[in-house]
Design a protein around this ligand. Structure first.
Ligand SMILES: Nc1ncnc2c1ncn2[C@@H]1O[C@H](COP(=O)(O)OP(=O)(O)OP(=O)(O)O)[C@@H](O)[C@H]1O
Ligand SMILES: N[C@@H](CCO)C(=O)O
Length: 322
């Protein structure tokens, strides 16, 4: 359940009044999600999502919300935050930060095929290009510095084989990140968490079209290759074994490259970046699992999934044919 902060109809009506979205006709709590309170808001003018942020602060949120606005203004299908007459998109509800964004049409595609992967790959590249002139800066807060700080805190909970794997992988990623090749990777704002449950598709089975990316609250400035690797490790794998489904991965990358070709460095570093992306989510899942901060807000995902993904990426490195 994901209504941590109850919002009444009157509170919602007052909240949306300055946002020029019409009169409230329906307010419905959204059960999915574990981070924030979300409500579907219907007005006589359209459909929206009201989010009350439970963990992110007034200082952190402008980067994410303005990024969504920037991308939406450039034609990327992401939820556009609604502004008041002064142009403010970060609001306050019950003392907490809150936003009203456009509701995306459609639903998740949890069993993607080539067609879905191609659409995500192509839109990811378009998003990277559209974000290049985004002026705000915020690093990927779940990047190497965070892995380096967090991995020691989870080590006491690991079996010897896992302990060796995660410390060796961290050392590998630290030396890789310091290399000139890695430092030359093209960077910009990335989503950094574009899993199957953060993309919407609409349309009849077999003919679905991508209607949007959402949940930008792990976004940050990092290499585009890292974003590609996060996607490949979710959209293009067999969820049981963690093995890459090469046909889907090749289709994803080809579609990405139809919009933004990878440079030689990106091509060479993709196998290592796939390992980095697996390490990132293994670490965060271990941290959520073994060191829960706020039990009420957290239903941890299975960490061993990303241990399998990491082992699979090490055992069978992959990069697309050129
Ligand atoms: N802009 C949107 N348009 C349509 N549906 C949305 C939108 N934002 C959120 N939703 C719906 O609300 C659900 C919960 O949102 P979300 O996944 O962002 O939850 P969260 O708690 O904020 O984050 P997390 O995914 O980390 O748990 C989504 O699965 C989706 O169905
Ligand atoms: N996508 C993340 C969780 C939310 O960011 C995971 O699957 O571990």
């Amino acid at each position: 359940m994901a209504v941590f902060t109850e919002v009444s109809t009157d509170e919602a009506r007052n909240f949306i009044a300055p946002l020029g979205v019409g009169q409230l006709t329906e307010l419905r709590g959204i059960r999915a999600g574990i981070e924030n309170t979300n409500y579907f808001v219907t007005t006589d003018g359209g459909e929206y999502v009201l989010t009350v942020f439970e963990r992110l602060s007034f200082e952190q949120l402008p980067f994410y919300l303005h990024l969504m606005q920037h991308l939406a203004q450039r034609g990327i299908p992401v939820p556009n935050p609604r502004a008041d007459a002064q142009g403010r998109i970060l609001h306050t509800l019950k003392g907490k930060p809150a936003a009203l964004v456009d509701k995306l049409e459609g639903s998740h595609q949890l069993a993607p095929d080539l067609h879905h992967c191609q659409q995500v790959g192509s839109m990811l590249a378009r998003m990277h290009l559209a974000g290049q002139d985004y002026p705000r800066q915020q690093p990927n807060l779940r990047g190497l510095a965070w892995w380096t700080e967090t991995i020691p805190t989870v080590l006491p909970h690991l079996q010897p084989g896992q302990h060796a794997l995660i410390t060796e992988e961290l050392a590998f990623q630290q030396s890789l990140a310091a290399s000139p090749a890695c430092q030359a990777l093209p960077c910009g704002p990335i989503h950094a968490d574009l899993f199957r449950d953060n993309v919407m598709f609409a349309g009849l089975p077999g003919h679905e079209r991508l209607t949007g990316f959402f949940d930008f609250y792990f976004a940050g400035v990092d290499s585009f290759l890292f974003d590609i690797a996060v996607c490949l490790n979710d959209w293009c794998i067999d969820l049981d074994s963690g093995a890459l489904v090469e046909e889907r991965a090749a289709a994803f990358v080809a579609a990405y490259e139809s919009q933004r070709p990878l440079d030689g460095n990106e091509h060479r570093l993709l196998p290592a970046m796939l390992r980095a992306a697996a390490l990132r989510f293994w670490t965060s899942r271990l941290w959520d699992f073994h060191l829960p901060r706020d039990a009420a807000l957290l239903k941890p995902h299975d960490p061993t999934h990303f241990e399998r993904v990491l082992r699979a990426r090490i055992d069978k490195p992959w990069h697309p044919a050129r």
